[in-house]
Design a protein around this ligand. Structure first.
Ligand code: AMP
Length: 145
């Protein structure tokens, strides 16, 4: 999957957006759906998935991208409040050679703690009860404009 290609409307995040597959939700509005990554690279790894049906950020309309990145910031601040990490990675991959595995545009919010190594990308599956607890704590810390 290079940078160019057709959007697959049956990709896993499209199905989550349509409610056809479950997720551990953190937040949603008309622009994005945010949920816990089930193969977290660190505890509290959150995804922000724009509703716009495109493969990567380069294909996003300016308005959808602006709305998404503002929400990434807002949710990252909630992660900071809820989980008190020492650092936070904000990242986003475009194309398989860049590390993208799900071809619906999305952003990663990954809390980092001093001295704790980052887990593998797409590593082991997290405990659902732990994810639900983290999601509830992050959701409660979101400051709504
Ligand atoms: P990327 O490699 O940037 O495309 O990231 C895709 C991310 O989606 C990875 O971090 C996966 O762990 C995560 N992921 C894959 N399937 C699911 C799912 N069903 N629910 C939540 N996260 C998922």
């Amino acid at each position: 999957m290079s940078l160019d290609g057709d959007y697959d409307p049956d990709n896993i995040f499209a199905k989550i957006l349509k409610g056809e597959l479950p997720c551990v939700k953190v937040y949603e509005d008309e622009h994005i759906l945010s949920f816990m990554d089930i193969f977290p690279q660190a505890p509290g790894h959150v995804l922000v998935v724009p509703r716009e049906p495109v493969r990567n950020a380069l294909e996003m309309t300016d308005g959808a991208l602006q709305a998404a990145i503002v929400r990434v910031k807002r949710i990252a601040n909630a992660v900071k409040t809820a989980l008190a990490p020492d650092g936070i990675i904000l990242t986003q991959f475009n194309g398989a050679p860049a590390g993208q595995t799900v071809f619906h545009v999305h952003f990663h919010i990954i809390p980092r703690h001093e001295g704790v190594a980052l887990g593998a990308h797409g590593g082991g599956q997290a405990d659902m009860e732990v994810l639900k607890d983290q999601a509830a704590r992050i959701a409660a810390a979101i400051e709504h404009p």
